[in-house]
Design a protein around this ligand. Structure first.
Ligand code: BGC
Length: 395
C-alpha cells in the first residue's frame, strides 16, 4: 500500500549549483580556465530558470563569482554586478526563492597571490566584497550563504587537491581555518547591519560517523573524534552568527580502529564510488537540531550518469528527512545537488550529478527521468512511498 508523507506547508524544494561549476568564461580565479564554457549557464540562465519552473521547484541555490565582481583588489566590475542583478531579478520574477553563496571555493587570482586565506588581510578583503554584494542586492536575496563547506576547502588546500595545488603544513591550514571563521563572523555582521532581516548561514558538509562496533571503546572514541573535528569544530565557532543551518549531506563513515580507519559496507555506491547511505541524513539532522536553528538542506545528490539510482536516492533520503521532521526537527527545505551536470572540480566533467543532463557539445539541456520524479514531489509537497514500515521506520 502506498503511503503519503506530507511535508510542512511552505517547504522549499529546489536544486543547487555554483558559479565556477556551471557558468563558463571564468578566467580570473585560482582554478584557472579549466572549466572552459562549462554549461554556459552565464548566458543561458533564463532558459535554466524556465526549466526550474517547469520542474516545479520553488527555490534555487547558486553562487556569485568573487573574481568576476572584484577582478582587481578594490575595483568592482559594474557590468558583472548588473549581470547578477539580472539573475536575481529573473528568479524573483519567476517566484523562485534565491539562496546565494558568496564564496564557493574559488578565489580571485590577486587574492591568491597575496597568500590567499592564510594571509590575515584575507578577512578584510572578504568584508569589502560582502559590503558590495549587500549594498547592491540585499532585498533580492532570500537566503545568504557566506561560505561553502569551509572544512572541505581547508583539507583540499592543505592536501594540495585545491589551488594552489601544493601541500601545506598544519600551521598554514590552521590560519586558513581561523580566517574563514572570522570571514563568516564579519560578513554576518555586515549583512545584518545593512539588512537586519537577512537569513545568513554557511553550508556545512556534515558526515555521519559511527563506530563499526557499538561496544568497541576505541572505535567509539575515533568516531567521536571524527565527528568533533569534521562536523562540530567550525560550527561551534560560528554558532552565534547563524540564522539557520545550511546542511550538505553526502557521506557516512563506519569507523574501525585500524587503518585506513573507515570501512563502509558500500552495498550501494554512486558512479564515483561514494557509498549511498540515506539514513545518515537523519542522524546528522538530529545532531544539527541541537543548535536550535532552522535547517535548510542545501546539497544532497549523487553522480549517476545513467540515472539508474537517482530516483531511489531522492526517495530514500527524503524519507529520512521526513522522519526527522516528524520527530520535531525544524527542516525548512531541500535543494538537490545539482540542477544540472557540471564540472566536478578536480574530477572534471565526467561525474554526472545533474537532475538535468547536459550535452557539452550542443549545450542541450535534457531533464532526466528522476528530475520529473522529483518535480512531482515538489508540486505535491508529498512523498509517496511503498512497502516501508512507516510506524517504526525500520528501513
Ligand atoms: C560541493 C560541490 C560539489 C559536490 C559534489 C559539495 O561538497 O559544494 O561543489 O560539486 O559536493 O562533490
Amino acid at each position: 500500500m502506498a503511503e503519503i508523507l506530507k511535508f510542512p506547508k511552505g517547504f522549499l524544494w529546489g536544486s543547487s549549483t555554483s558559479a565556477y561549476q556551471v557558468e563558463g568564461g571564468i578566467e580570473n580565479c585560482d582554478w584557472g580556465n579549466r572549466a572552459g564554457i562549462a554549461c554556459d549557464h552565464y548566458n543561458r540562465y533564463e532558459e535554466d530558470f524556465d526549466l526550474i519552473k517547469k520542474l516545479n521547484q520553488n527555490a534555487h541555490r547558486f553562487s556569485i563569482e568573487w573574481s568576476r565582481i572584484e577582478p582587481e583588489p578594490g575595483k568592482f566590475n559594474q557590468k558583472e554586478i548588473e549581470h547578477y542583478r539580472k539573475v536575481l531579478l529573473a528568479l524573483k520574477e519567476k517566484n523562485i526563492k534565491s539562496v546565494v553563496t558568496l564564496w564557493h571555493w574559488t578565489n580571485p587570482i590577486w587574492f591568491m597571490k597575496m597568500g590567499g586565506w592564510a594571509n590575515k588581510k584575507a578577512v578584510k578583503h572578504f568584508e569589502n566584497y560582502t559590503k558590495i554584494i549587500v549594498k547592491e542586492f540585499k532585498y533580492l536575496i532570500d537566503f545568504w550563504v557566506t561560505l561553502n563547506e569551509p572544512m572541505v576547502y581547508i583539507t583540499g588546500y592543505s592536501t594540495g587537491r585545491f589551488p594552489p595545488f601544493q601541500k601545506r603544513n598544519i600551521f598554514k591550514a590552521r590560519k586558513v581555518f581561523n580566517n574563514l571563521v572570522k570571514a563568516h563572523q564579519k560578513s554576518y555582521q555586515i549583512i545584518h547591519t545593512q539588512y537586519p532581516k537577512a537569513k545568513v548561514s554557511i553550508t556545512k558538509l556534515t558526515n555521519y560517523f559511527e563506530p563499526a562496533r557499538k561496544w568497541c571503546l576505541i572505535e567509539i572514541f575515533l568516531a567521536w573524534i571524527g565527528h568533533i573535528f569534521w562536523n562540530h569544530w567550525f560550527l561551534k565557532r560560528i554558532k552565534n552568527q547563524l540564522d539557520y543551518i545550511g546542511l550538505d549531506y553526502y557521506f557516512h563513515h563506519r569507523v574501525v580502529w585500524y587503518p585506513p580507519f573507515i570501512r563502509n559496507f558500500n552495498r550501494k555506491t554512486t558512479d564515483i564510488g561514494w557509498e549511498i547511505y540515506p539514513k545518515g541524513i537523519y542522524y546528522v539532522l538530529k545532531y544539527l537540531s541541537k543548535f536550535q536553528k532552522p535547517i535548510f538542506i542545501l546539497e544532497n545528490g549523487l553522480a549517476d550518469a545513467k540515472d539508474k539510482k537517482r530516483k531511489e536516492f531522492i526517495k530514500d533520503h527524503l524519507f529520512w528527512v521526513y522522519k526527522a521532521i516528524d520527530e520535531g526537527i525544524d527542516v525548512r527545505g531541500y535543494c538537490h545537488w545539482s540542477l544540472m551536470d557540471n564540472l566536478e572540480w578536480a574530477q572534471g566533467f565526467e561525474p554526472r550529478f545533474g537532475l538535468i543532463e547536459i550535452d557539452y557539445k550542443t549545450m542541450e539541456r535534457k531533464p532526466r527521468s528522476s528530475a520529473y520524479y522529483y518535480a512531482e514531489i515538489c508540486k505535491s509537497n508529498c512523498l509517496k512511498i511503498k512497502n516501508y514500515k512507516i510506524k517504526n521506520f525500520s528501513l
